[in-house]
Design a protein around this ligand. Structure first.
Ligand code: CP3
Length: 351
């Protein structure tokens, strides 16, 4: 990387906001900005299964760049899936269209847990290659690397697929805590390695997705989950102290302080909690990311604008704000609304 690229990156509004430094405008990117809302994405993916697409550096690079070109967002997020490192560690799984992750043999016993392999960075050469290609193309635009957090990953492995109630996951957690901690510890090591490979290859920040942690009480989160997510974030902090760590989940109003304590520099907030309220709970040393309701993008533009301006105003009352949705872009979203939203955020927050 040239010195001027390194300076441009370090001075980028996204990384400055993560560090709670003054910014020329509020940075904005969208979870799932690369994906089915874009016709150019659907064209590239037409005949290629998701997990295969994730292992092709040229394709990952193209798809990651699509929303940066189209919307002018302030950061790219690496195109992959939270299940990719588990597949690389030998778990037999698929990503079924319209369903999500499906695990061939759900993990329920000590033997199942023992069968989960270790992830060796050497198995992720194509991931590192894709990150390097991307960083060269992105120049001064930061790339966010990501991984799934142990609870969210465990829920897919134990349930065998998506779940609304997490009954088997919780049954293992409450009923066999030693097995639970063994599994969560292994998943933490896999996620940490996935993040390490992305950052070592050039990613400027990381996001740990604990999308489904909101299913837990604060006490259970602290007891069964926090130590494992903290291990993932600590491993990034130890290797790359200057790389911001974003920690995100849905329905986490009561978990926000614990999610920060796990070692986050930025906490992602869904639309249920106003950003100023979230920030008051998180304190002055943590930035916030969010939190426009993804469903609000289906309203007529004046209503989208009103909601976006409210989020900006609430974000302005925090130590640092990265504008985002409260969860991922829904596949049916009109991409022209996303472009218009980026323009609005940049203009309305210009200082
Ligand atoms: C829920 C889900 C998973 N995996 C999948 C689903 C969706 C099921 C469906 O709607 O058909 C499958 C999946 N994952 C991804 C795709 C392709 C892109 C798309 O269709 O939009 C597809 C089809 C990309 C992804 N999957 C993920 C990313 C990275 C993060 C991002 O872009 O924001 C991408 C590009 C990460 C991911 N992957 C998963 C979770 C829980 C997360 C964390 C983020 C979240 O809560 O939504 C599991």
């Amino acid at each position: 990387m040239t010195t001027s690229t390194a300076t441009a990156l370090s001075d980028s509004p996204f990384l400055r906001a993560c560090r709670r430094q003054p910014v020329p405008h509020t940075p904005v990117w969208f979870m799932r900005q690369a994906g089915r809302s874009l016709p150019e994405y659907r064209e590239v993916r037409a005949s290629i299964p998701m997990l295969e697409a994730c292992r092709r550096p040229d394709l990952v690079c193209e798809v990651t760049l699509q929303p940066v070109r189209r919307h002018g967002v302030d950061a790219a997020i690496f195109f992959s899936d939270i299940m990719v490192p588990l597949a690389a560690a030998g778990v037999d799984l698929d990503i079924a269209p319209g369903v999500g992750p499906v695990v061939a043999r759900p993990v329920r016993t000590a033997a199942d847990i023992d069968a989960i392999g270790k992830l060796d960075g050497g198995d992720l050469g194509d991931i590192a290659e894709a990150v390097r290609l991307l960083c060269a193309e992105l120049g001064g635009t930061p790339l966010i690397g990501f991984a799934g957090a142990p609870f969210t990953l465990a829920s897919y492995l134990i349930e065998g697929g998506p779940s609304r109630t997490y009954t088997r996951t919780k049954a293992l957690m409450y009923g066999e805590p030693a097995l639970w901690h063994d599994l969560a510890g292994r998943l933490a090591a896999i996620s940490a390695e996935f993040l390490r490979v992305q950052v070592a290859a050039g990613a400027s920040a990381v996001q740990l997705f604990d999308s489904w942690a909101g299913a837990l009480s604060e006490a259970d989160y602290r007891r069964y989950v926090l130590p494992h997510s903290a291990a993932v974030l600590a491993s990034v902090a130890a290797g790359f102290p200057d790389v911001p760590r974003i920690h995100f989940g849905v329905g986490t109003a009561v978990l926000l302080p614990a999610m920060a304590e796990a070692g986050a520099s930025v906490v992602g907030v869904d639309w249920r909690t106003p950003l100023d309220v979230a920030s008051a709970r998180l304190g002055p040393d943590v930035a916030v990311q969010g939190n426009l309701d993804p469903a609000a993008l289906f309203a007529p533009w004046p209503a989208v604008e009103t909601e976006a301006r409210r989020v900006l105003a609430e974000g302005a009352a925090t130590p640092g704000h990265v504008f985002n949705l409260g969860h991922g872009v829904l596949p049916e979203t009109d991409p022209t609304v996303l472009t218009r939203l980026v323009e609005l955020i940049h203009e309305a927050s210009r200082r």
